[in-house]
Design a protein around this ligand. Structure first.
Ligand code: GTQ
Length: 370
């Protein structure tokens, strides 16, 4: 070991490394410990964004940005402090693979239609009355609804209602950027004209586990919006039985014509943790972003306690030990890059054996100041 280190630090090796750098070449012998870790060592760090901050900044943005002035959307994204310096694609990264944001739309506003190679989803945090129009279908949104806009579909938002609406966006922006797959196109008009009845797909799938016969062959988004009352009913059914030791009662949003995740690269869950539930700790290759839809409690991530309540966002990066405790009945919405890990066949998972599956708490989360 010492001999190896001596060799790597020797003048001869150091000089050679410097010399080949001029030709845009690199020495594997020095780089391998950096490039090929024994296990994931993500640059994204566990982090918590409080609702008070997100809400305050969205309110300040009401006048700073309006769709008329800036086009596009009034969205503020969660920039992981561990990835801030990583240009260019650390920019806009909540985890190494996913982007998450909060978006505010005011009554009377329209966010113009566009399409892109990134897949998007929305989880409605607050308000009702606005719609997203996805491929000609107006999807009217209410609290707790989950909406998808898989890659390549036209989508825009408009608000004929009378109260501000806030939702969470999640897209695979960092992933598509990293692989060089970005395409973006604005719609020729401001917003699409409806071409099917409002809430068309939710009506077609009203029955749940039965599919219209014309959907036998896989479709990218046979169901555009997943209504909160249906998600809640599924969790009520599930909660009559034993919880999963790591995740409590959790359901995953799926594409009803393929059975796969609703979005191609992003898994989305709604999770119910009854008051007093304490999960066991585990870790997996995939990273997760949680949105606290209802309730309060805390998570322990790599030995650090993160206390959360309604509206907060928590990031659990790759391979980080995590467990949750519910101080009241909690509903957590979450997204993860597990479909990406599964496509590459690198998803691993392990449960904590020691101390009945619970971590030792070594500290409490403190926000990082620049
Ligand atoms: O609402 O279509 O936060 O295209 C980022 C990109 C939201 C959207 C975001 C988008 C959207």
């Amino acid at each position: 070991m010492a001999e190896k280190l001596e060799f790597l630090q020797s003048k001869e090796v150091q000089d050679f490394n410097k010399e080949i750098e001029r030709f845009h070449l690199g020495p594997l012998w020095n780089a391998i410990p950096e490039l090929m870790h024994k296990q994931p060592t993500p640059e994204a760090i566990p982090y918590l964004w409080k609702w008070e901050t997100l809400n305050a900044k969205l309110m300040e943005a009401r006048e700073i940005f309006t769709p008329d002035r800036g086009g596009e959307r009034r969205a503020i994204y969660l920039q992981n402090p561990g990835l801030s310096l990583r240009q260019p694609w650390g920019w806009g990264s909540t985890t190494q693979t996913l982007y998450a944001a909060v978006q505010l739309i005011l009554p009377g506003e329209t966010a113009p239609s566009h399409r892109h190679t990134q897949s998007a989803l929305r989880f409605i945090m607050q308000g009702s009355g606005a719609y997203s129009i996805v491929q000609g279908e107006r999807l009217f949104m209410e609290e707790g609804d989950f909406l998808i806009t898989p890659k390549g579909l036209w989508h825009g938002h408009s608000h004929p209602g009378d109260e501000p609406m806030i939702w969470m966006d999640c897209l695979d922006i960092p992933t598509i950027y990293a692989i060089g797959g970005t395409f973006f196109e604005p719609y020729p008009e401001k917003i699409e004209i409806p071409s099917v009845p409002d809430n068309f797909t939710a009506q077609r799938y009203e029955g749940g586990m039965v599919r219209p016969i014309s959907d036998r062959h896989p479709k990218i988004a046979p169901l555009g919006s997943y209504k909160w009352n249906k998600t809640l009913a599924s969790l009520e059914g599930l909660s009559r039985f034993d919880p999963d030791p790591y995740d409590g009662y959790a359901v995953e949003f799926i594409n009803p014509s393929t059975g796969k995740t609703a979005n191609p690269n992003i898994a989305s869950w709604m999770q119910y943790l009854p008051k007093g539930f304490h999960s066991k700790a585990h870790r997996h290759t995939s990273s997760t972003i949680y949105q606290v839809f209802k309730g309060s409690g805390y998570s322990i991530v790599n030995g650090v306690k993160f206390s959360w309540s309604k509206g907060d966002f928590l990031v659990v990066p790759n391979w980080a030990w995590h467990e949750h405790y519910a101080e009241e009945d909690c509903y957590l919405f979450s997204v993860s890059d597990s479909p990406i890990m599964e496509k590459f066949d690198v998803q691993n998972e392990e449960g904590l054996e020691a101390n009945s599956g619970h971590q030792e708490v070594k500290g409490e989360f403190q926000p990082m100041l620049p």
